[in-house]
Structure formats: structure tokens, C-alpha cells
Unconditional design. Sequence first.
Length: 429
Amino acid sequence: MYTKLINRETKLSVIGLGYVGLPVALEFAKKVSVIGFDIRHDRLERMKKGIDPNNELSPEEFEGTDIVYTSDPNDLKEASFHIIAVPTPTDRHNLPDLTPILKASEIVGMILKKGDYVVYESTVYPGCTEKDCVPVLEKFSALNCIIDFKVGFSPERINPGDKVHTLTSIVKVTSGCDKESSENIARIYELIITAGVHRASSIKVAESSKIIENAQRDINIAFMNELSIIFNRIGVNTYEVLEAAGTKWNFLNFNPGLVGGHCIGVDPYYLSYKAKEVGYHPQMIDSGRFINDSMGRYVGKQLVKKIIASSKSPKGARVLIMGITFKENVSDIRNSKVIDVVDELTDFGVLVDIVDPRASANEVKEEYSIGLKARPEGIYDAVIVAVNHSEYLDLQEDHFEPLLDKKGIVADIKGILRGRINKFTYWSL
């Protein structure tokens, strides 16, 4: 397989060209012939013009690549090495929604040939690849895994918005359904991963390694969020406490905040689901999720208290929220916990305006039925800096003076304005 790809005797396909799939496809397309498959026609047209719909990759990264973009499953027949990188969300009950990955497995299964490889990058619970996905491949291909085709799992580790820890500079975990496939999959990924490849002993080990990466971060952030609630009642600033504690060499560097997006805010639910399936109730994982999922509402309540304390009624009060993406320096608004802040404020009758230099107004309208403002309008009773985009990092108090009345409040969720706000009421997690 390695030799055939290098000699361009066959092609590599990537199914799902989102935040994960597109960078993978373009990197491989510098070394081998690639077919990029996605069901979203409008996004494919932009990619054909060298434009990343996710606003993560520059036009230069499309140059010198041997790639064809398509939404026709029949085109995948030309490929023998298939990488599936589709979303793995949760449903409204926070249970795993395998619909995208199973649908992708159907598409690949229908064109699968003897000798082909299928590698999953989508984050799943341990056992999902072999228990849920392989049967779909076998059903639609009428082939047998290991005997007729090979399967592997290589979890994505891309960090949206991070220009330092990029795809090629992060060690890649790889695995296969047998010794032969494990080695071949590792060699193929070594074509693009300069940081090297870690060969996991099994697919389940690789699946487990990914799921605990995000669960670990989720739990640590939940601890910081719980501390922020405690310190708020005590009357000390959480970030000052963390700054002091951080002077010890082995203190872990985590901060409180809103935990949304499609990784940290989702993946622990997959692990929790699997744990319960095998008869164990994961108390720490579920507790961390409960805390982090409640922080948006908590922020909203704290701001309402500040508004009341300033002798104003929350009903009819005007609040400006700066930032709606799920994290800093990205345009992705999926599963943004800023929406929980908005919902809590509107429940109290607060009038909310939102601005964001990165987010698309059309996507915000489509996803949340909220109108994104191009710029602030009028005087506000409070401003919430919800996302620490680079555009906000150097803001000084004079930026807020035209926006706030004399009893105005600045809520700084991530503490980036600490020490700069003196004329207005200041609050942070």
C-alpha cells in the first residue's frame, strides 16, 4: 500500500473535509494523489478556489497539492486508502450520535475493494471502530475485515486556532487491526508527520488515548471553574490565586472558562457512555461535565446580580457580549457556551447584543437564530468579554468608556483585562 501510494498507482481519500479532514488531505496531497470527499457542495467550491471555509489555512497551503474535490461517492473507487474524519457529536441527551461516522462507513463500504485500508480519525469511545463501524463496512462491501480489507484508528489531534502545534508537528498515534496493517498505517502517516508516529498496540488503545486527552482537560478546567465559584464567594480573584499558586514548579496550568466546541465539551460524554455500558458510573467525568456545562448560566446569573447591585433592573438592561465562537481565534461557533450566557440573560429580560470579529453572521443566524451585530450600538449597562480573541487582548479601559454608562460593568470571563479596569465595576471568573 505504501509503495502504491508513493508511486501514484492508487490514491488516498479523505472523507469529511472539516477542521480535521482538510488539513490531513492537503498534507497528504503534497506526497500522494488525494481525493477529498465532502457532502457540502458550497464548501467544496471554495476549496477548489484555494479557500478554507474554516478560515484556518492560508491559500498558500493549497498550492502544489495533488488533490481532487468531490461529493460523488463513485469517485472514491479510485482510492485504496480511505481516511474517515467526520464529526462525532452528541444528541440532546448528551449521548453519542454516531450517525455521521456510520453514514461515512456506508459510503466507503459501497466502494470498498479487496486490499483496501480504512482508517478512522473521528473521536469515538473505545471499541466503536471494531464494534460499530467495521460491521457497516462489511455489510455494504460484502467483504471481511482483516481477510479482505484492513482497518485502523489514528485519532486527530488538531487544535483549531493554534499556529504552533499544527498537524505535522504533533506526534500521531496510529493503530491497525493486525500487525501488518498497524505497520503500514504508521508508515503512511510518517509521510506527513514530522514529529513522528506512536504505534499503539491495538485500535482500542488508540481510541482510549484520544478520549482521555480531552476528558483530562475537561476535568481540570472543571476544577478551576469550581474554584472560581468558591473564590467569588470568598471575595478573591481566581486569576490572582492561580498566579500565586503557579509559582510552584509542579502546579498544573489550567484556567476557568466556558468549555464548548466539538472536542472537550463532547468527548467526555463518549467515555462516560462507554463506562456505563460496561457497568461503571464515572463520577469524576460526569461531575466535571456538570460543572462545565453549567458555567454559562452561572456567568449570566452573576452579571444579573451585578446589574441589580448597581440599582438597575435587569429587565430592559442592555448588555454587549464580545465573542461568540467556542474558543479564541477561531470562527467555529458549534456548541458555543456563550449561548448559555445569552439564554440566561434573556430569561431575566436583558437585551443582548453580540459582536465577534471572527464569526460569520450568517452561520450564527442559522445555528442559533441570533443576529450578530457588525459593531456595538449605543450605551450598554454591561459588557462581557466572553472570548479572548487576539483582537481583544490589548484592550484598555478607554475602549469601554464610549460603550458603558457611569455605573457600567465589565465582565471579563478569561481575566484578560485584569488590572486595567478602574472606572467601572469589574468581574471575572
